[in-house]
Design a binder for this molecule. Sequence first.
Ligand code: ASP
Length: 602
Amino acid sequence: MLKTINCGELRPEHDGQKVSLAGWVNRWRDQGGVIFIDLRDRTGICQVVAEMENAPEAHALASQARSEYVLQACGRVRIRPEGTANAELVTGDVEVLASSIKLLNPSKTPPFYINREDSIDENVRMKHRYLDLRRPAMQANLMLRHRAVKFIRDWLDERGFVEIETPILFKTTPEGARDFLVPSRMQPGRFYALPQSPQQLKQMLMVAGYERYFQIARCFRDEDLRGQRQPEFTQLDLEMSFVEREDVMALNEKLMTELAQAVAPQRRLLQTPFPRINYQVAMERYGSDKPDLRYDLCAVDVSDIAGGCAFQVFVDNVAAGKPVKVMRVPGMAAGMSGTRLRAVARGLEDLARTVGGKGLAYMALDSDPQGEVKGPIGKFFTIEQRVALFDCVGAQPGDLLLFMSDRREIVRYITDVLRRHLAAELNLADPDVLAFCWVVDFPQFLWDEEGQRWDPSQHLFTMPMPEDVHLLDSDPGSARGSQYDMICNGYEVAGGSIRIHDRGLQEKIFPLIGQDMEEAREQFGHVLEAFEYGVPPHGGIAWGIDRVMALLAGEPNIREVIAFPKSQTGMDVMSQTPSAVAGDQLAELHIRLDLPEDDGAD
Ligand code: ASP
């Protein structure tokens, strides 16, 4: 070994020991006869001192060292002279007085500082990801990820789960995204699909009697990279036999809680047990099935009161079955001048318009309880109506009340967009808090207007709630699925369901979602066939490991917890992937390209 101890491990107890260190030059200072080098490795930084008088050769070598050079330094550990300790470094009480220094490799000047937490253009970071990953913050993230995955594996192992790998070259999986296809050379014209998830295979493992399966599984979905999705991502995929919804939820809640406490104790869990929210309630209150519960902004239905006021828009809307809802923003109007209030309200109204709203009315309560109610619609409400309204939403002096009225669906969009915007604006979402909840009782299907068919709200293997199975024939839109989603800080961190384990019921789903039986047999014949051989009742879940890690690491973006992520356009910028392939490779696969004009694939 070129090192006897790691840089970050040196402590006063090593005083007097001879050590050998190896790492990168984080910083260096040449003070004439003495050169100080901060040597960095994965574990931290320590100071190496090269004195011309004591070790002229080591000093000569140190004088050539520059940022990111790789060095080996041998010497004795000593307590730093009085007054020179560095409290910012855990190794700051000691230094290594070099007797020899060896240059293991020089380095070009890096395109950005590795030793500073500057904000760096993401494209540059991705192009030189190997340098970006040298930064201590990135190293901490990847090590946290390692510890978390190890924790999960050990935890599940202790509870009788078996990790089983499933193929990457497989068949289309119905998770609702586009497949990545891989052409088969041996069977010209045929394709594998990369798994969108191991869904079918984990169910096959239940048929095969494994009872408790998990896998840290790579999944692939060819989607436009809206937001922070990645075309390949990692799931904790899990399936259990002989269980009910409660069992899967309880196990996963315990695992998530213990994981967070073990690897990210500095993040506070807002509430345990995790609250459970009915899907419809979540949509009505928060306008989203992934509500961020770190803040309580929500929409309260005041149609009963507003329908009787003198504001014609509200009266007509309520008569037409469109709700009037109020979002109370605590204290937001306190001390605001009329002009400022109008400007703020206009900004929020513009925001509502971006999601299809026609307007946004408001009332502002004076900080003085005896004061006036400001806002153009106040006058349309009688004193009694106002009292009832304030009571209904729990209004306090200084609050801003935002009124939304439109088609139910639009009001939901507005609720969601306002919540997110106001939380950011008013700093309501504490980054150190993890607000978990479960959303349950999803509809089994959602109506797809364009395709004129029902789409599974999770996937086609989800079991309807037992008491709603009969609705599949009469009223599929009202059937609830046995799906459960675990949400944290506005993200879906895990989702799963109890599965259909009856062939007849599974077959019933295909026509409902507009799938021709012939086509279904072609795609899922193996599942249907397996379902004839004694399938245990089973259910499972999959966690988005990248998102869980970003939350535990306190990173807003999943790219910060993935070693080699793709860019927004699905590229690996470092290796310039995807790339063109040689003509003979295509010929072997019997593929001829038919590219649109101007396509840059050269
Ligand atoms: N296969 C599902 C998904 O990837 C999760 C599950 O139902 O277990 O979202």
